[in-house]
Design a protein around this ligand. Sequence first.
Ligand SMILES: NC(=O)c1ccc[n+]([C@@H]2O[C@H](COP(=O)([O-])OP(=O)(O)OC[C@H]3O[C@@H](n4cnc5c(N)ncnc54)[C@H](O)[C@@H]3O)[C@@H](O)[C@H]2O)c1
Length: 384
Amino acid sequence: MVLKPVEARSHQAPSQLERHHLHRDEKFRNNRPALRWNNSIFQRNRGKSRRNVFIYYFCSAYSLNKKIMDNILVIGSSGQIGSELVMALRKIYGNDHVYATDIKQPTLEIRNSGPFQILDVLDFKNLLHFLVRYKITQIYNLAAVLSGNAEKIPLQAWDINMKALMNTLEAARQSDARKIFWPSSIAVFGPTTPRHNTPQLTVMEPNTVYGISKLAGERWGEYYHNRYGVDFRSVRYPGLISYKTEPGGGTTDYAVEIFFDAIEKNSYQCFLKEDTALPMMFMDDAITNTIRLMQADGNKLSLRSAYNMAGISFDPKELAKAIQKHLPDFSISYKPDFRQAIADSWPASIDDSVAQKDWGLKTEYGLDEMTRVMLEKIREKLSK
Ligand SMILES: NC(=O)c1ccc[n+]([C@@H]2O[C@H](COP(=O)([O-])OP(=O)(O)OC[C@H]3O[C@@H](n4cnc5c(N)ncnc54)[C@H](O)[C@@H]3O)[C@@H](O)[C@H]2O)c1
């Protein structure tokens, strides 16, 4: 279901989707258990004043209404994370309540299962208009230029990454969409950070434009929380591994490319050295934990910058060995490029005990299990 851009429709009669939403809201209102202001309510609350009982029931009905009616906007929904996150959110909140938006077309699965609209997060007016028009209560903002691509266009990448975040924070402050998820990255760490079991709080001197923008973003998120009460939540994703959508130009992309080449060519040329260990995570674990953080009790969150997220740490040689258990003739060669310097500045492993304690971060996939699923799913995908 594709929505037309907001601007083009602002003075027109309600679209089919809007009529559908009006009908849905109407149905919801009609089916809500009626609060009958008869004596039984007051009898059940003997000893309390009629005024207080009324306020109590009014507030309960209001919060129930708000809970059921959560409307979620995903910005950057056509990318590697967005295309899986949207589907997971639609399963939980209902297809109609999760609005997918991007500047490029979505997967068929997203297009056919719920609302999608082209929306540029850099266009503040349209973004704010969207939040108000569709009564958005939560935003997941995934739009960014990733590490590898950002090094090719540093000034543009800085502008895009910062404006995408600042527009979202400011639009949230000015609307009811007060809860925001915005991903940070292990790129916030730099060459002076302890490389092994990197703590939550440590030296942070990133030397890539992507890392600098993520660190600045974490600071701004915390600032908007402290100053304006925006419910900002974030994690420092490790490299994410998935089979559904191509990765978007990051330094950990090798860990996805290798599976496709293994099945198609039985060999892979890696752009990192064989012993470059980095923290990685299977997409299912990343999505589950992202939603877990967003559903966590805000009072239990001791951090409003970004939580470390460890996943599994391995280097290209270890990943190749895991693949060889399924494809014994698979071979790997190494030809490091400019991304080697980026990887060398990042941690090899991460300590995420604070996230475990605050909101129950936990992962299910180890290296072998992830390898098995990746090979199986990519084989299925390529044979279609
Ligand atoms: N994938 C990873 O391994 C990883 C690791 C750490 C952090 N992250 C972060 O997670 C987020 C999403 O990553 P991803 O891998 O899905 O990236 P991706 O490049 O695959 O997807 C990003 C999406 O944002 C869209 N986009 C770009 N500019 C936009 C704009 N102006 N308006 C609206 N949409 C726009 C792109 O079209 C793309 O579909 C990013 O913030 C990234 O920095 C990703």
